[in-house]
Design a protein around this ligand. Structure first.
Ligand code: GDD
Ligand code: MN
Length: 391
């Protein structure tokens, strides 16, 4: 089965004539020659009953040194619904999955590991979920009936740590499912076709969650099995690739530009805050007390920031709700969030100035930087986004 070496990682829509097949399951393999035969046999038995002649299995092998591609090709005579793609000079789990989906004819696309660590029987529940209207059905280790076999503490810590890092960098994507690290899921082609997918490393699901038009997600619990043959290909490289994948999505999903704007507005607020603080507190000006001066300077800066953020940073959200009551509600929420931030700022300022003996202006700058991240996330989730749902 020739696989087009296409540089793009887009999944094509199906032409009218191609819509005959319901399901395509991609099995990415690297050195799985001892596992692939049993897996193909089990999957065929399950799918022959569930989707007779209406599915295909696509092994995408990256020219494994143990010649998995050869073992798989030898199976095609007994399993006519099996296709084998042998990629040469290319490596990578997620790009292998996409190559398989690009060569698939199914209206529903799926992926399962080639090492029998994903229990094949769960696939039928995933397919049931799609039949019941889900765009995406994910096998999750982290819901009831889910779990990992006897993973050691380090493996559990690394997996959960990676998920937590994802929640910090990309909460709107990673927070959509309980097991964003899963490599076992099925998705409607319509949810991901004609989109530029651009994953790095192992986590193809994160790319689907970020770039797909997914409205209904169902999760099915499963227990990640112990490997019987071969070994995991996960090294530190996959963790580095995971972080760069998250950062790349962060940059490309638009929120980063918004954060930059928020930072610029915040910078103008710093200028306003510092100027008013100087005018109120400095002995050469009014010489008022530090805390009183700081609160007034902070409130003036908050008003400045709200005006700019409402008109520029969050304009795409605020322009849908121009009524003065909505604007007032946004200002009050923004103010409350920022006043909490101001309180945090004063606390940090006093901590840095009185405890760590940092010069008060440098201490103020440091405190403002920390509070800016707080203000951005809480305002995005609370002040603008929530009021948007009322329309
Ligand atoms: N084609 C191809 N190219 N397949 C690959 C490559 C590659 O470079 N690297 C790994 N695979 C295949 C393996 O052969 C296996 O079938 C599957 O991808 C998972 O690889 P493992 O090395 O066994 O990963 P794991 O057991 O540590 O599982 C982790 O990653 C999986 C994939 O995301 C866990 O996070 C699982 O939940 C997850 O499914
Ligand atoms: Mn594995």
């Amino acid at each position: 089965m020739p696989s087009p070496i296409s540089s793009s990682l887009e999944i094509p829509t199906l032409s009218q004539s191609q819509r005959s097949l319901y399901f395509s399951l991609v099995i990415p393999t690297y050195n799985e020659s001892k596992n692939i035969k049993d897996l193909v046999a089990v999957l065929t038995e399950l799918l022959d009953e569930y989707l007779p002649n209406n599915y295909e299995l696509i092994v995408v092998d990256d020219d494994s040194p143990d010649r998995t591609w050869e073992v798989a090709e030898a199976l095609t005579s007994d399993y006519p619904l099996l296709k084998v793609i042998r990629r040469k000079g290319e490596r990578g789990l997620s790009t292998a999955v996409i190559r398989g989906w690009q060569n698939a004819d199914g209206q529903v696309l799926g992926v399962i590991d080639g090492d029998l660590q994903h229990p094949p029987e769960r696939l039928l529940q995933l397919l049931d979920a799609i039949k019941n209207g889900a765009d995406l059905a994910v096998a999750s280790r982290h819901i009831d009936t889910g779990g990992v076999s006897n993973w050691n503490l380090v493996r559990r810590f690394l997996s959960r740590g990676a998920q937590l890092l994802g929640l910090i960098i990309l909460p709107s994507v990673i927070g959509k499912v309980t097991d964003p690290m899963s490599g076992y899921f099925v998705v409607c082609r319509s949810a991901i076709c004609d989109r530029q997918l651009d994953p790095i490393g192992y986590k193809i699901l994160i790319e689907v969650l970020a770039r797909g038009s997914i409205s209904k997600i169902t999760e099915v619990g499963y227990v990640f099995q112990e490997r019987q043959e071969g070994e995991s290909k996960v090294t530190w490289k996959q963790y580095i690739e995971y972080i760069s994948h998250l950062l790349r999505l962060r940059l490309s999903l638009g929120e980063f530009q918004r954060f930059l704007k928020f930072g610029l507005v915040g910078f103008s607020g710093v200028f306003v805050d510092m100027t008013v603080l100087y005018l109120l507190h400095d002995p050469s000006a009014l010489g008022w007390g530090l805390t009183r001066s700081k609160f007034i300077a902070g409130e003036v800066a908050i008003i400045n920031n709200f005006i700019w953020n409402d008109a520029w940073t969050f304009n795409d959200l605020s322009s849908k709700q121009t009524a003065w009551r909505s604007k007032l509600k946004r200002f009050i929420k923004f103010n409350v969030v920022c006043l909490i931030g101001l309180g945090l700022n004063v606390l940090l300022l006093n901590l840095f100035f009185n405890i760590l003996h940092i010069h008060y202006l440098a201490a103020n700058l440091l405190a403002i930087a920390i509070v800016t991240v707080w203000n951005f996330w809480i305002n995005l989730k609370l002040s603008w986004r929530v009021t948007d749902t009322g329309q």
